[in-house]
Design a protein around this ligand. Sequence first.
Ligand code: NAP
Length: 540
Amino acid sequence: MSIAAKATEQLDFDAVVVGAGVAGLYQLIKLRELGLRVRTFEAASAVGGTWYWNRYPGARFDSESWTYGYSFSKELMEEWDWTEHFAPQPETERYLNFVADKFDLRRDIQFNTTVTAAHYRDDSNSWDLILHDGTHVTTRFLITAIGILSAPTMPNIPGTDAFEGQSCHTHNWPKGGVDYAGKRVAIIGTGATAVQTIQEVAKTVGHLTIFQRTPNWCAPLNNGKISKDEMDSIRARYPEILARCKETAGCYVHSVDPRKTLETPPDERNAFWEKLYASPGFGIWQGNFSDMLSDRAANAAASEFIANKIRQRVKDPVTAEKLIPKNHGFGTRRVPLETHYYEVYNQPNVELVDVNETPIERITRGGIQTTQQEYAFDIIIYATGFDAISGAFDRMDIQGVGGVRLKDAWANGPQTYLGVFVEGFPNLFMTMGPHAGLGNYTRTAEYSVEFVSGVVEYAKEKGLKRVETTADGVREWTDFVLGLGEDLLMNEVPSWMTGVNRNVEGKQVPRIMRYSGGHPAYRRHCDAIASAGYPLLAQA
Ligand code: NAP
C-alpha cells in the first residue's frame, strides 16, 4: 500500500516508541496503561538498550545498583535482588529482561528492526516511519527512547578495515565474547568504557598496549557484594533512598557538601577527600565541596589531591605524569570509576602510548602504525566513545513540517522546549532529549517518560490530533538552558557531555547540551507546565 493511500485510513498505531532500553520499556508500560495501540521498534534482538549492547569485559554500573532500578512498581522492587553495589552488565541485562517478562512487554516490541526514517505528514497529523526493510508504518505520536550514548563512533584513523586480526568497538562487543587471554591486545581510548575494559583485560592478556589521547581523572569505585541480609535492609530503605535521589542535582545518593573548598582548613579538607576516595561510587564527584565544579582554585586543589593519588599508585613517574590530565580539572568531564586501574600500568606486560607524542598514522594489516613504530596485535579494541546526546537523532532521517530535517534544524546545536519538543516536529516527543535534565539514568528517564506520558494522556483526553511547541517555547527554553550552563567549568571542556566528538564532522567545539540547573529544578519547571495545561504548546 502506498503511503498516500494509507494516510486516508486508520493509522497503524496511536504511538510508536523507538527503543527498548531503560526509557523505552517504561514508556511502553505507560502508553499501554493509557489504552493506546502502541508498538516499540528495537534494533537489537532483545531488550536492554545500553545494557544489551555494551557487553565488553568489565562493563558495570557506576551508580549504585539500588538507585538504578525502576521505582514505579513496588512489587518489582520487592522481587528483584541486586547482588553487587555496582552491578555488572549481565546482571543489569537480566534485570531488564525480568522487567520485560513481568510486564509482558515483548508482545508489543518488534526486535531486529531499525527505524531508518520518520517523516511528518501535515495532512493527516501523523508520522510515516520507514523501517530498515522498507516497510512503512504510520502513527499519531512518535516517541524516541533512543538513549544518549547509543551512536558509537569509530576513530577517524585510516585503515580500520585493513586489520586482519580481530577488532571491535566496545559497544558492539560480540555476544560470544572475545578470547583475549594470552594475546597481544591494543585498546584505543581511555574514557569510562576503556578504563573498565583495561582493568579486566589486563588480568589475563599476553600484552596490552593502551593508546591514550586525553587522560581522565579516575577515582576508585570501591564495589562490594550485597548479601541477602544487606539487600533486605536496602529494600526497607528504598523510600528513603529514592527520596534522597530526588533531592540531589544528578539524582544520585551523593549530595554536595555545603562547605567551600579553600575555606575548609587543609587538614579537614584532606581528611574529607581521603574519606571520599575510600568510599563507594560518585561521592568524590557528586558529593564534594559545593564550589569544586565552579571555582577554579577549588577545582585545582581537588585535582592536585587526585593527581597525588595517581603518583602514589603508578610506580613509573613518567607514566604517572602521562596519566594525569593537564587540559581539564577533576570532575569537569565524567569521572570514570575504577578498580585497580592505575595498578595495571605497573604490570610489565602493559604499555601506555601517548598518541599526542607519537600519533597513530593508520591501522595496518598486522596492527597499528604510529609516527614512531608499527605495533603488532592479535586484537584491537576501539573504546572510542559515542556521538552523544544528539548523535542517535542525526542517524535517523527525521523530517518535520515542510520536509525540514532535524539534523539540519540542530546544525548549530539542539534547540528544544524542555528537552522534549522541537519546533516544526509536531507529535514528536523525546525522552531524555538534548537540553533535558540528565543524571542517574533510570531516575531521570523515569521522570522523562512520565512527563511524555502526561502529554499523551492530555492529548487523548482533549481529542488532540496535533501537539507541538511554539517558537517562543523553544526560544525561551534554549536561552534559559544556555544561560544556566555558561559559568560551569564542565561546559568549557571538550567531552561527550559538551557534544564534542572529534571523529564526527561539525562536532569539534564544546556547546551546552544538557540542562544544568539540577534535576529537582528541571522537574519543577516541567511539573508547573503540565499543571498549567502546557502553555507554549500549540494544540489542535
Ligand atoms: P568517551 O568518554 O567519549 O571516551 C572515548 C575515548 O576514545 C576517549 O579517551 C577519546 O579520547 C578516545 N578517542 C576517540 N577517538 C580517538 C582517536 N581518533 N584517537 C585516539 N583516541 C580517540 O567514551 P566512553 O568511554 O565510551 O564513555 C562514554 C560515557 O559512557 C561515559 O562518560 C559514561 O557516561 C558512560 N559509561 C558509563 C559506564 C557506567 O555507568 N558504568 C561505563 C562506561 C561508560 P579524547 O578524550 O581525546 O577524545
